[in-house]
Write a protein that binds this ligand. Structure first.
Ligand code: SAH
Length: 304
């Protein structure tokens, strides 16, 4: 069983008043290969966290993904989020939904205990409440709120690894789709560069969360912007784009043009590799490394 959560530091109370006694739970029964798409769909909604169970190991087996909510979610919103996720991931098979109340105020406490810090190269990404000794590692504290990027996801880990391997002294850094800010904050915390660091996200809430996380890590040298890369964006030494194939496709030429030294593209599924490599073949790229984690690919592209 895998659990992930987006909301933290809640103790089952609404700040004032009596303890919360009810959570809303939506269970999506899906094909095993659709769990990632289902988690993505729930995470696009105001869900507090997800839990994934795959029953059996046969191709024909089923899986279910549960989304936990504080407020009762609207069915129309669920169908919309899943429709979008199914399109992005190219997923087969209609999900079947069931709805329950979950009268256990301790769920978030249980979840908090189950979210372990993630160690990637010289970085450790940990939630704020987790007592941890950084040793000789760079400790990145992330409070995800409603944004993507706890550090545990394969695509984020591939980016952190690429940063660890290739981000070097004095480089500037651009993060297109910053989510919680995890990648830019990690790069800034290495202390090997004064920047500039620029973190962009089309989602205003993500930028708010990312700013709060920068503060949490005492990093004040990152510029944040709601929006995306465009022709006015200056060139940066190191550029990260942890975006799905459909999102990265229209901006790939721009990403390459704005990269001075290294471009990292993560968020590509293994089955999409030929599509991505076809795109790249149309560009002037001669030095590229590919890494795989689970079903995800991370590309590190070196400017010629
Ligand atoms: N960088 C984080 C989060 C990646 S999730 C990590 O590695 O964990 C992708 C983020 O990109 C989301 O927050 C989404 O809102 C944002 N996004 C989607 N399309 C975008 C675009 N075209 N330009 C900038 N941000 C985008």
């Amino acid at each position: 069983m895998a659990r992930s959560g987006k909301e933290i530091e809640r103790d089952g109370r609404d700040g004032v008043g009596p303890p919360r006694t009810k959570w809303y739970l939506v269970r999506a029964t899906v094909l095993p290969e659709a769990t990632e798409a289902a988690e993505f769909a729930f995470n696009q909604m105001d869900c507090l966290g997800t839990e994934t169970n795959v029953l059996g190991e046969q191709v024909s087996s089923t899986a279910y993904v549960i989304g936990y909510f504080e407020e009762e979610p609207k069915e129309a919103a669920i169908h919309q989020a899943f429709g979008r996720a199914w399109k992005i991931f190219g997923t087969r098979g209609d999900p079947v939904f069931s709805f329950e109340h979950f009268p256990d105020q301790d769920w978030l406490e249980t979840w908090k205990k189950s979210w372990q810090p993630t160690e990637v190269g010289s970085f450790i990404v940990a939630p704020p409440w987790f007592e941890i000794e950084a040793r000789d590692k760079t400790l990145v504290r992330i409070e995800p709120g409603l944004a993507f990027g706890t550090g545990t996801h394969e695509t984020t880990r591939l980016c952190l690894e690429a940063i660890d391997d290739n981000f070097s002294d004095g480089m500037s850094f651009l993060d297109v789709g910053t989510g919680t800010g995890v990648l830019t904050i990690a790069a800034a915390l290495t202390g090997i560069s004064e920047g500039p660091f620029l973190a962009l996200d089309t989602d205003e809430n993500s930028i708010r969360t990312a700013r709060a996380n920068a503060e949490l890590n005492n990093v004040d040298r990152i510029d944040f912007g709601v929006g995306t890369i465009d022709s006015d964006t200056p060139r940066f030494d190191f550029v990260c784009a942890n975006l799905t194939l459909d999102l990265v496709t229209p901006i790939l030429p721009l990403l390459l043009r704005k990269t001075r030294v290294v471009l990292v593209v993560s968020g590509i599924l293994e089955e999409q590799s030929s599509d991505f490599e076809r795109l790249i073949a149309g560009e002037d790229v001669c030095n590229m490394q590919t890494k795989t984690l689970g079903e995800w690919l991370g590309y590190t592209i070196f400017a010629g």
